[in-house]
Design a protein around this ligand. Structure first.
Ligand SMILES: NC(=O)c1ccc[n+]([C@@H]2O[C@H](COP(=O)([O-])OP(=O)(O)OC[C@H]3O[C@@H](n4cnc5c(N)ncnc54)[C@H](OP(=O)(O)O)[C@@H]3O)[C@@H](O)[C@H]2O)c1
Length: 279
């Protein structure tokens, strides 16, 4: 039976394909964004993490909520805690978009939100995706178009994941109760170095794209010059440390367990986003 599901970040990288998946499963979707304008087929819902009153109004009548922090959020705990508390008061199920690897350290803010969900006794599912393939046509797109992706990733490998597979996983967790109480580490099908990824992107774009390993300092300087918040640029540089250490190289069956389908390869991602990668 269709549910009423509130999707935070509904106009974002994961939110857009998630909204489509939920609509095709027959759910009523309340699409949250600051403008209150949702994609076609949804009920647009005004929601701002900075406005606590908007949280209660957005949650009213929802059977479940997709909880996420937008990219660039520095105070993740501060942003997500009021939503968890409001969901706990109402008994609303929560599917939380967390981050790959955070279970290694309980002091990480995303992990603290995960633990809060468990403590509150809410029906909930946590999904922890690895680095998104989609970063190539969003955050790293300027480098892709210029022909050199400069990241402080060293030679480390990551099992990059397509946002459409994160969305499909979230849609399954929101639709069904049998995953409640579980956490899923979500990855793509193979661990690739950024040099290997650049070769795959080159084929799809029809021109050479190379990867250059840079220092944290060079990355922060370039990201800040391109308009990133210096605090967030520093945070991003810090989270490349696990990449250099190959802690992001594990391949899991999380997507398949949730969706029944294997995750997309980088070659498929690159083919489907060739226009954005070509410029
Ligand atoms: N990128 C990666 O490689 C990666 C890897 C693992 C985990 N993650 C996690 O994934 C999450 C990001 O997912 P994503 O890329 O799908 O997000 P995203 O595209 O950055 O999300 C943007 C969405 O957030 C909404 N939003 C922005 N500011 C808001 C505010 N103040 N109040 C309410 N809504 C707001 C935007 O809506 P409007 O602008 O319309 O208001 C939009 O719908 C982060 O938590 C990140 O840590 C990312």
């Amino acid at each position: 039976m269709g549910k009423t599901i509130l999707v935070l970040g509904a106009t974002g990288t994961v939110g857009r394909p998630l909204v489509s998946d939920l609509l095709s499963r027959g759910h009523a979707v309340r699409a949250a964004s600051r403008s209150g304008n949702g994609p076609d087929g949804t009920v647009g819902t005004r929601f701002d993490f900075a406005d606590p009153a908007s949280i209660e109004a957005a949650l009213a009548g929802a059977d479940a909520v997709f909880l996420m922090a937008p990219s660039g959020t520095l105070d993740v705990l501060g942003a997500l805690t009021p939503v968890v508390e409001a969901a706990a008061r109402r008994g609303t199920k929560v599917v939380m978009l967390s981050v790959f690897g955070v279970e290694a350290d309980d002091s990480i803010p995303y992990r603290q939100v995960e633990l809060m969900l468990a403590r509150r006794g809410l029906p909930h599912v946590v999904i922890r995706p690895n680095w998104f393939m989609d970063n190539f046509h969003t955050f790293w797109r300027a480098g892709v178009l210029a022909g050199t992706i400069r990241l402080p990733a060293g030679d480390g490998r990551s099992s990059l994941i397509d946002a459409r597979d994160i969305a499909a996983s979230a849609a399954a967790a929101l639709s069904e109760d049998r995953f409640d109480g579980e956490a899923f580490n979500l990855t793509g099908p193979e661990a690739l170095s950024y040099a290997e990824a650049a070769e795959i992107l080159s084929k799809a774009a029809g021109r050479p794209i190379r990867y250059e390993a840079v220092s944290d300092e060079a990355f922060i300087e370039a990201a800040t010059a391109a308009g990133a918040d210096p605090g967030y640029a520093g945070f991003l540089a810090a989270i490349f440390h696990p990449v250099r250490e190959n802690w992001t190289a594990a391949v899991t069956d999380g997507v398949e367990r949730l969706t029944g389908a294997k995750p997309r390869s980088l070659a498929t991602y690159a083919r489907d986003h060739a226009a954005a990668l070509k410029g």
